[in-house]
Structure formats: C-alpha cells, structure tokens
Write a new protein. Structure first.
Length: 397
C-alpha cells in the first residue's frame, strides 16, 4: 500500500501499529493545521480520524482542561465519587439526546463502549445472540473485533467472542433473522470503514421496528458518525429513529480519550449489581476528558449546520468535477472519495501529504480515501486543501 517498509518508531522504543506509519513529527496543532518539526504545516483534512471535530487546540476546550488539571486528576476508580467534571459532561451530553437516552456510562475508548453495550444487552435480556452487519467496523478489543466484519483482520485472533451473527447490511430479508433469541443488534448508523455507506431510511426504520417486535435491543455505533460528523448532532436524527443504546467516542472527548455508552437509567443500572462493578474501569469518566467533553457538547450544540452542509457540498461538487473520481459518498462532512484502485488512492494520499494536505485510507475499502475535516474548518484552509486535492487527482501535481 505504501512505498517502503520502515521501523521509525520501533527504533526509538515505541511499538508500531503498522509497518508504514506516517511518522510526521508534530510540534503543535491549531484549528485545521498540524505544525511539524521541519517548520512546515499540514492541513488535517481528516480531523485525526474524526476525533478533532472542533479543530485542534480549541481555546475553550484547552482552557477547560487547564482548569480541571489545576483542580484534580484521577481520584478514584469510576463510579465511587462524585466529580463535578463528570456531572457536567453527562448533563451537557444528555441535553443533546432524546428522552429515553437519559443515562451515560463513561469509558476510555470507542471499542470499550461497544464491549459495554454487548455486555449490557446480554445482561438485560438474558439472551446470548448478538447480531451485527457485514461492512461494520466497531474496534479492536476482543468484543468489538468479534462484531466487526473484516474477516482477514479477525482470522489471526480466533477464537473470538461466540454467539455473534453477521447479517447482510441494508437488506430487508436479513431482518427476519432478528428473533426472540436476539439480545442486541449493533449497527453503525452510517458505515464508516465500509467507505461511508448510508442505509435506506426504510431499512433502518424496519430494523428499529423488528428489534422492538422481538425484544432485541438496538445499539447504534455512532463512535465515528455521531457527534456532528454527518451534519446533525447524531446520525440517527437523519432517520427519525431512536436506539436503545448509543455508543460514542472520538469527537465526544474534544481531543481527549473518551468513550460512552448512553442508554436508559433502567438498563444502565444493571451494571451496578449481579455482579456489582459489572463493567468497572479504573479511568472511565476521568475528570480531564470529562471537562473537555462538556465543552465539546456545548460546541456541538452551537454548531452552524448550514455552514457544515455548505462545506460538504463544496467538497462534493469540487471533487465530482474531477475526471478520475468514480464516486463520492457523503453525509455532512463524513466523506468517501472512490478512485477505482488502491494504487490511485495511495498515490493521491501520499502526494497530497507531500503537498501539505492530510487525507487517509479506509481499513477495508482500499479503492477510496476518506475526508472528514473539522466541522469549523476555515474558508482559507478548505480552499487550499481542495485545490491541492484536485491538482493531485488530476495528476497536475
Ligand atoms: C464506527 C467505529 N466504531 C468503533 C471504533 C473504535 O473506537 P476506538 O478506536 O476509540 O476504540 C471506531 C474507530 O475508528 C469506529 O470508527
């Protein structure tokens, strides 16, 4: 996929997640820009893979972090003590959500939120079967990997968690396989790693109804597509459905590590007993990410959705004018650009980076690259990034 195998991190004692890391050396970051140790800067057109949705080093987020650091860091494992940062993060988040999602369990990452949801649906329904969908990506803990779709990525780690069935996504007949033995059905509201795949409204509302009919709980994974990425606060708002459980991460933390399982009080209190501490985590709800998250929720509420959509439309129309673009799939600023081959994608991503624009790959969709700029990217960076990408796609650079 990339040019040459190297071990730049390992040489400095850091484990590598790939043989081909970008290995950019970041000194600081602001708004849409990453500043590098060679004095140059790069436009982050992927928001740290959907995590820095309000731009890097947002002044209100960093101020809240500073203030919390001056008060206290970790004091006790999750759930034993009242910490005002947690209260504020919960209030700000729940204020954005429908009434049945009235309780939040904070964890440290998206995958942990998925594991929490998988455990909670088994715990509450006393059923075992968990259904997920082909094309889905949910993370890399054993639980989250087990409900993810990419078989190649799962094979070396078998056996994974049992009792899981992967159904055809966006397929009406598959819904019949959700039955009275099903504890929960997990789906990304809009699939990300599959290359930004938007389900039919009709399918997703039938999915919601089928879960209700059979008593299976509907879990939406909005770790990437939630928190503003698709042009509404949460992606399920596009489909007029409400899940039983909602998994969040990435942008939720405003740049800090954080995940959350949002559900109803009735369901979430099950983690408190039989067994007690049923999903205990030392650092879940850490006050510093919570302080950042409370501000991120406030920023989400204040987001100018018309501008987000205008930026999305501009990216879409500009790139669809390029002769080498085969398709562009988009909801808000959640975008996949299909070029027809992994080689072309590799050339565009590499050359854009050399020209100062950071794009990135999908794990399971090699013929497309992702775009997910900060929701508040300024016009100048937007224009600069787009003209670079167009030049590179059209091989003028
Ligand atoms: C849809 C989706 N679910 C789950 C995850 C896992 O989140 P994390 O990497 O924070 O564990 C990701 C991460 O990319 C994701 O995109």
């Amino acid at each position: 996929m990339h040019n040459a195998m190297s071990e730049p991190l390992l040489n400095d004692g850091l484990a590598q997640t790939t043989l081909y890391p970008l290995d950019l050396r970041v000194t600081h970051a602001k708004g849409s820009r990453l500043f590098l140790d060679n004095g140059s800067s790069v436009i982050d057109f992927i928001s740290g893979i959907g995590a820095s949705s309000f731009g890097h080093s947002h002044p209100e987020i960093t101020q809240a972090i500073h203030e919390q650091v001056d008060k206290h860091l970790h004091v006790m494992v999750y759930g034993e003590m009242r910490q005002s940062a947690q209260d504020e993060a919960a209030i700000a988040l729940l204020d954005l959500l429908p009434i049945n999602l009235d309780s939040v369990y904070f964890v440290n990452s998206g995958a942990e939120a998925i594991d929490a949801a998988m455990k909670l649906v088994r715990r509450t329904t006393h059923r075992q079967k968990i259904i997920a969908f082909k094309g889905g990506y949910h993370g890399n803990t054993f639980g989250a990997l087990s409900v993810s779709s990419n078989a190649e990525r799962k094979a070396p780690f078998q056996p994974l968690v049992g009792g899981i069935e992967l159904l055809e996504w966006n397929d009406h007949a598959s819904l019949e396989l959700i039955d009275e033995q099903t504890a929960g059905v997990l789906v990304e509201t809009i699939q990300g790693d599959a290359g930004i795949r938007i389900p039919d409204s009709d399918w997703i509302s039938k999915l919601r109804n089928r879960c209700t009919e059979t008593g299976a709980h509907l879990i939406l994974d909005e770790i990437q597509c939630g928190f503003g990425r698709t042009g509404k606060a949460f992606a399920f708002e596009h489909f007029q459905i409400v899940p039983d459980h909602l998994c969040l991460g990435k942008a939720l933390g405003g740049g800090m590590p954080m995940g959350a399982l949002v559900s109803s009080r009735k369901h979430l209190q099950q983690f408190a007993h039989s067994p007690s501490l049923g999903h205990i985590t030392t650092f879940g709800g850490h006050p510093v990410p919570c302080a950042a998250s409370a501000v991120a929720s406030k920023l989400l509420k204040q987001t100018n959705w018309d501008r987000v959509e205008a930026v999305g439309k501009k990216i879409e129309s500009t790139l669809l004018d390029c002769s080498n673009v085969i398709a562009l799939r988009r909801k808000g600023l959640y975008i996949a650009v299909e070029l027809g081959s992994a080689e072309q994608v590799n050339r565009v991503v590499q050359t854009c980076l050399e020209r100062g624009v950071l794009l990135f790959y999908f794990l399971s969709t090699p013929d497309a690259f992702r775009i997910a700029p900060p929701l508040n990217i300024n016009d100048e960076d937007l224009q600069a990034a787009l003209s670079t990408i167009v030049d590179v796609i059209e091989a003028r650079a």
